[in-house]
Design a protein around this ligand. Structure first.
Ligand code: NDP
Ligand SMILES: O=C1O[C@H](COP(=O)(O)O)[C@@H](O)[C@H](O)[C@H]1O
Length: 495
């Protein structure tokens, strides 16, 4: 299966017995293998403390493939590339042994000394692992070495800076792959193409033609098994600082002069630099937080966030955020970007609605009729596609108009939680393409923006719970738009 162009590497997964490895990473590597994107010149080393053997690990990998991909077929050959090494990241001697194991595998699998260190572990270990990889010579191979870091990258700007400093002692910026899995989603990657490969949009993509942009990423799931992590994080850190602001950057950036990593990242950074920094007293005007209470979804009674686990009984953590983000530059002055994300909402859906300004005089609708501005809807998940909302003449007599839709559905429609995004990002990492990973400057600007909101929220206790499970969040999220004369477009997710 190997050909000259398939990348070769030993992939070392720190935290290989954990949830992320099982749900996302193993299925992604398998899909790359099955599609021939990676050949036979690879090995995966799984690290974690529990005393597993290679056989136990391989069984675990097979189970993960069965669960994630509902596959029946035997994956014996694939899993033979997987090796398990009991390992405590806090123990120095572990690293020397690991180096020996990797070196042996490099000669067995002819991976040219290429090494990926994937940190699928709690973030408090990121800095020390990077440091020890350097200290114990694991970076001194004949090939390239890359460090993949999961989120969260810090808890605020200060801690993110400290973490970055620690990592940068051992790795250069171009060796660091900070994962934001939204950047691996097909339709998120499509934002750039829709914008810059279509003359009709680029002319209109500014404050003269667009009245507002709405980005929603709603989840039906609650906090699940992640109460410890989530309660320390909350929706602003978990979703807004990274995924939501990355989507804002892609929608707002200027066209890159070339499709190179540096040019694209530099345009995204410029957009993030232009985010209007709020004064603490402005936060309540621009941002709304929420926490889910009990409710019903699809006929099932659900408990509130505070009842999900004992330690959450008086939690002040937000499970919902809506915000108005302003971008103070020539293109976007005066155009609000509304963002909204939360858990236990009515549906699992991520979509972007670009609302165009009304024409000055519309003779084709009755004066009192509801307005039908043109909308461009980018459906990111669960279904993938674009819909353009236009107005056309009602068939028959007269000249009255009616709203119509032009829709494109992506053929590669994927279900929720498929490993697709990780598959693409892992491959990008193997071929050394950092475009769809977040550069430090993007992380820093996003934290600087969100820190103000979080600091304000820390000062003032919220009146939680304030939305029902199965709803679209607190009323205040609707009022945020209503006071500007807009409303959230409830466009169906299939369109
Ligand atoms: N799960 C998800 O859907 C997502 C996770 N992430 C991020 O991915 C990372 C991992 O998350 P997740 O898989 O959910 O976490 P888990 O808690 O499920 O897994 C943690 C892993 O770390 C290992 N581990 C813990 N302490 C040590 C140690 N001292 N030495 C060696 N191994 C250790 C555990 O194994 P053992 O106990 O055997 O040592 C386990 O394999 C986190 O940064 C998270 O924020 C990001 C997005 C989504
Ligand atoms: O990063 C995260 O994302 C998921 C939502 O991802 P999606 O691909 O299913 O939209 C979210 O559930 C999780 O809390 C967060 O850490």
């Amino acid at each position: 299966m190997t050909n000259l162009h398939t990348p070769k590497a030993v992939i070392v997964i720190f935290g290989a017995t954990g949830d992320l490895a099982k749900r996302k990473l193993f299925p992604s590597i398998y899909k790359l293998y099955k599609s021939g994107k990676i050949g036979d010149d690879f090995a995966v080393v799984g690290l974690a403390r529990r005393p597993w053997t290679n056989d136990v690990f391989r069984t675990n990998v097979r189970e993960s493939l069965q669960n994630a991909l509902s596959m029946e077929e035997d994956a014996e050959e694939f899993t033979s590339h997987f090796y398990y090494h009991p390992f405590d990241v806090t123990q120095a001697e572990s690293y020397t042994e690991l180096n020996g194991l990797i070196t042996d595998l490099e000669s067995t699998y002819k991976t040219d000394g290429n090494r990926i260190f994937y940190l699928a572990m709690a973030p408090e270990y990121f800095g020390s692992i990077a440091h020890r990889l350097e200290e114990y010579g694991l970076k001194n191979s004949d090939g390239w070495t890359r460090l993949v870091i999961e989120k969260p990258f810090g808890h605020d700007l200060k801690s993110a800076k400290e973490l970055n400093k620690e990592i940068r002692v051992a790795f250069n910026e171009d060796q660091i792959y900070r994962i934001d899995h939204y950047l691996g989603k097909e339709m998120v990657q499509n934002i750039e193409v829709i914008r810059f490969a279509n003359g009709i949009f680029e002319h209109l993509w500014n404050n003269r033609s667009i009245s507002n942009v709405q980005i929603t990423s709603s989840e039906e799931l609650g906090v699940e098994e992640r109460a410890r992590y989530y309660d320390h994080s909350g929706a602003a850190r978990d979703m807004v600082q990274n995924h939501m602001l990355q989507m804002v950057a892609l929608l707002a950036m200027e066209p890159p002069i070339k499709l190179t990593t540096d040019e694209i990242r530099s345009e995204k950074v410029k957009a993030l630099r232009a985010l209007r920094q709020l004064e603490p007293e402005e936060v309540d005007e621009y941002f709304v937080r929420g926490q889910y209470g009990k409710g019903t979804m699809k006929g099932k009674e659900l408990v509130g966030y505070r009842e999900e686990a004992d330690e959450l009984h008086d939690s002040n953590t937000e499970t919902f955020v809506a915000g108005k983000v302003m971008i103070d530059n020539y293109r976007w002055a005066g155009v609000p970007f509304y963002i909204r994300t939360g858990k236990r909402m009515a549906e699992k859906c991520t979509k972007i609605v670009v609302e165009f300004k009304d024409i000055p005089m519309n003779l084709y609708y009755k004066e009192e009729a509801e307005k039908h501005p043109n909308l461009l809807v980018i459906n990111i998940q669960p279904n993938e596609g674009i819909t353009l909302y236009l107005n056309a003449k009602k068939s028959g007599m007269g000249s009255m108009a009616e709203p119509i839709q032009l829709s494109y559905t992506n053929n590669g429609v994927s279900g929720i939680n498929t490993p697709e995004a990780y598959e693409k990002l892992l491959f990008d990492c193997m071929i050394g393409d950092t475009t769809n990973f977040t550069h430090w400057d993007e992380v820093a600007h996003s934290w600087a923006f969100i820190d103000t909101v979080l600091n304000r929220w820390q000062e003032v206790k919220a009146d939680f719970p304030n939305y029902t499970s199965g709803s679209m969040g607190p009323d205040a999220a609707n009022q945020l738009l209503e006071k500007d004369g807009f409303h959230w477009w409830d466009v169906a997710k299939n369109e």
